[in-house]
Design a protein around this ligand. Structure first.
Ligand code: ATP
Ligand code: MG
Length: 449
């Protein structure tokens, strides 16, 4: 068509990333590994909606948190006036669902989820407006054993992903009564240092002083490090719980550091809190954060449901995986099928199906904007696909009901192709590929199940 009107390009929403095919294999490795690890601890998947009533987060996260104060994507449903929010995290939704469906009626539940979360933050390295979390929620468990199990599960995941240089920080924030005593002393302490408090800290001084301990402001670090520590306010039961967690960790040789400033701001969080931190991610170093929240269900009008969980940021973990190198992830297929001439395309379709029956990953050459293309241009596509083999079907092969199998990797140009009867192509290729693996790695590799 002749005239082409200039139309303005539409670009994606700031801070919300496209995950392109070249990144997909890394995501797949992570997702498969985390699923396997979670399953190996008996966790079962739950999928809750992305949209939840805004009240769920206002109550579930507390009004005086970064998320509820300024990070939520909230809107009014124009159809019925409902106040809705795109989930900034998934714990609230999982707990809502557990109450709604009575999941812990007769037994505790080990649940996990994975999916996108939405927070209106300033986009930067490791901080996006749409990001992804995998999380686990152990609902209806009371003891330190499950807290420790969740931590050990994470350690196993880092090991299986090959992540080193991730360390565990641990703390106990006691129960509500213990925090109340601490709070009084904490406010008094901050009041003596008003000149050092920044605007945000002043704003939170009486509403959520615990959260000031969490500040990232360098000018406040010295003052904050001298503040009264919650650990000194723990009663016997909280101390025993904390010791219970640590004793399992020690027994299983999981290193940890107690960080008395590690906190969660809301009242329904209690006792165990932990974070997994990497030094290799700059300012956004926390890859996983968790803790106990025994009274969250109460906030939602459910019956008492003690619980502990964690959430990890997938983007930050993938960044670490990339830095570690040594990841063999690819989008490559095993075979690219090239065809040319009368009847060849139909035979190529048949060959493709046979190969897939045998478990191979096959790309069949199809017409694009440049048409089906010459034999030479098709072979170029085959090379570019990263396939180890090309299967070539021309008019001669159609007549003989055969195919040419050509290695795209072999150095030996003389011996790198063979004509094989069509019904034998799959077996021939499986043989070649398995043989090649044994040759390359000295062991049998299961290419496909
Ligand atoms: P931060 O202090 O970095 O803002 P947070 O306390 O808000 O973290 P949580 O709500 O505990 O984070 O979420 C658990 C994990 O999810 C974080 O440790 C991090 O790995 C990841 N995460 C949180 N917010 C983002 C974001 N905007 N972009 C990417 N990952 C995120
Ligand atoms: Mg945050």
């Amino acid at each position: 068509m002749a005239e082409h009107k200039k139309v303005e390009k539409i670009v994606g929403v700031k801070g919300m990333n496209d995950i392109l095919p070249e990144q997909a294999p890394l995501w797949e490795i992570f997702e498969n590994t985390v699923q396997t690890v979670l399953k190996s601890y008996g966790f079962q998947q739950i999928r809750t909606p992305i949209l939840e009533p805004t009240a769920l987060f206002a109550r579930g996260l507390g009004a005086v948190t970064d998320i509820v104060e300024k990070e939520m994507y909230s809107f009014t449903d124009s159809m019925n006036g409902d106040q809705l929010t795109m989930r900034p995290e998934a714990t609230a939704g999982v707990v809502r669902a557990a109450i709604e469906h009575n999941l812990t009626y007769d037994r505790p539940q080990r649940l996990w989820y994975s999916g996108p979360m939405f927070r209106h933050e300033k986009p930067q390295r490791g901080r996006y407006r749409q990001f992804h979390q995998v999380g686990a929620e152990a609902l209806g468990f009371t003891g330190p054993d499950i807290d420790a199990e969740l931590i050990m599960l994470c350690q196993r995941l880092w090991d299986d992903l090959g992540l080193t240089n991730v360390h565990l920080e641990l703390n106990s924030i006691g129960d509500a009564e213990e925090r109340n005593k601490h709070r009084i002393d904490l406010i008094a302490y901050f009041e003596q240092h008003m000149e050092i408090l920044d605007a945000e800290a002043k704003r939170r001084l009486y509403s959520n002083p615990l959260r000031i301990l969490d500040t990232k402001n360098p000018a406040m670090q010295d003052m904050v490090s001298q503040a009264p520590q919650l650990l000194d306010y723990l009663g016997e039961v909280s101390r025993a719980h904390f010791e219970g967690v640590q004793s399992v960790l020690r027994h299983n040789a999981i290193p940890y550091k107690i960080n008395p400033r590690l906190v969660r701001g809301m009242d329904y969080y209690n006792r165990t809190v932990f974070e997994w931190v990497s030094e290799e991610l700059g300012a956004q170093g926390t890859i996983c954060a968790g803790g106990r929240y025994d009274s969250l269900a109460d906030m939602f009008g459910g019956k008492n449901m003690p619980a502990c969980g964690f959430a990890m940021g997938i983007e930050r973990i993938l960044e670490l995986m990339k830095q570690g190198g040594e990841i063999f992830a690819s989008n490559q297929c095993d075979v690219y099928i090239v065809h040319q001439g009368e009847g060849a395309q139909m035979q190529a379709f048949v060959a493709g199906e046979r190969l897939r029956d045998a478990g191979l990953d096959v790309v069949l050459h199809c017409a694009s904007t440049s048409g089906v293309g010459s034999f030479k241009s098709q072979m170029k596509r085959a090379d570019a696909s990263g396939a180890a083999y090309a299967v070539i079907i021309g008019e001669e092969e159609v007549r003989q009901n055969s195919a040419i199998v050509k290695s795209l990797r072999s150095e030996d140009m003389e011996n790198n192709q063979a004509t094989v009867p069509l019904e034998g192509v799959a077996a021939y290729l499986v043989d070649q590929i398995v043989g090649e693996d044994e040759h390359d790695h000295g062991e049998h590799v299961h290419y496909h199940h």
